[in-house]
Design a protein around this ligand. Sequence first.
Ligand SMILES: NC(=O)c1ccc[n+]([C@@H]2O[C@H](COP(=O)([O-])OP(=O)(O)OC[C@H]3O[C@@H](n4cnc5c(N)ncnc54)[C@H](O)[C@@H]3O)[C@@H](O)[C@H]2O)c1
Ligand SMILES: [Zn+2]
Ligand SMILES: [Zn+2]
Length: 381
Amino acid sequence: MKAVVWHGKEDVRVDSVPDPRIEEETDAIIRITSTAICGSDLHLYGVIGRPFMREGDILGHEPMGIVEEVGGRAGERLSPGDRVVIPFNISCGDCWLCRQGLQSQCETTQNRDWKKGASLFGYTHMYGGVAGGQAEYLRVPMAHYGPIKVPDGPPDERFLYLSDVLPTAWQAVQYAEIPDGGTLAVHGLGPIGQLCCRIALHLGAERVFGVDHVPERLALAQRFGVDTVDLKGGDSVPAVIRELTGGRGVDSAIDAVGLEAEAGPVAEILQKTKIVPDRFGGLVAAARSLKRGGTLSITGVYVGAVPLAPIGELFDRQITIRMGQANVRRWTDDILPLLTDGDPLGVAELATHRLPLADAPRAYEIFQKKQEGAVKIVLQP
Ligand SMILES: NC(=O)c1ccc[n+]([C@@H]2O[C@H](COP(=O)([O-])OP(=O)(O)OC[C@H]3O[C@@H](n4cnc5c(N)ncnc54)[C@H](O)[C@@H]3O)[C@@H](O)[C@H]2O)c1
Ligand SMILES: [Zn+2]
Ligand SMILES: [Zn+2]
């Protein structure tokens, strides 16, 4: 089969690789019909290299498709021909942590050698070294629990984002604990930030502010009722947001920026000269745009030991912080009705590009460089 394979920094290729096979009774094999590229994939495409990635690793963790084959136990829940979306984290569904709704920490698939949580599709050897879903076929471990069955009829893109973007944004909004009629600032208007804004408004936030510097991303958020703050304006973002909220700051803030995707020596110079914004500055601005006693929800990915925001200031201002990878299956039953009864979150308007799998190298490049208006790219094997 064909698959998108990691070869090194900014080097992905579409290679011929062996077809996956059933290895465990909890496995299923899925024929992929749509598979998205994620902001998180850019971390791997950019700075996260060896030994976390190895040449030959198959990328991708946002796939959906049709069940082709099932192992014995997976067959108790799935049958060939079922239409399914595959969550990016691989979880067993019945360990102590899964039963608490902490599927991203699953004790069955945890990576103890690396001191990391549940295994992920296509996301480094720290997270299990599992072959990813930017491919024609995918072996799905824990298929007796993970795959989300979706109805036939609507196009793939209605359901595809259940794999990651929708539950990630949903969790970020839940963790932000916006009070009734409260205000929210979303820092970073990539796909995750866009959906955080839409979900918060849908669930009753009074006012949502969105911060970014990319014109088409600001414009997209405005179309969904978001008050935008352009980083290029040059003013201090927390000062602007405080001014817009009676001098107090927002009740809740979400960091949907993350650190590594634009990092690296070139980005560092551009950041120092303020040609592109400092991504870590997004997290600090999110913390500082909050009212005293507010809640910061961090959904952007951070790895390593960056000394976290000004801890003394957060202590003095009594800020609550929640963060972490999305516990996908914890939220998918809550989200599914918003996809089957019309499209109130406008997910059909998220993808800017639909490309054949063979175009993956170009897709990664334009997505990383934010060229051609790329916000979300869906590959179709
Ligand atoms: N927690 C999870 O489970 C989970 C799941 C998926 C993705 N993520 C992470 O969420 C983050 C966002 O994902 P995405 O796909 O939307 O990525 P993205 O790279 O498309 O979006 C990030 C946005 O932040 C903007 N930005 C950069 N610096 C900024 C600053 N200082 N202030 C405000 N905005 C700034 C960029 O212009 C961009 O539009 C990534 O770090 C990704 O890895 C987390
Ligand atoms: Zn993703
Ligand atoms: Zn588990």
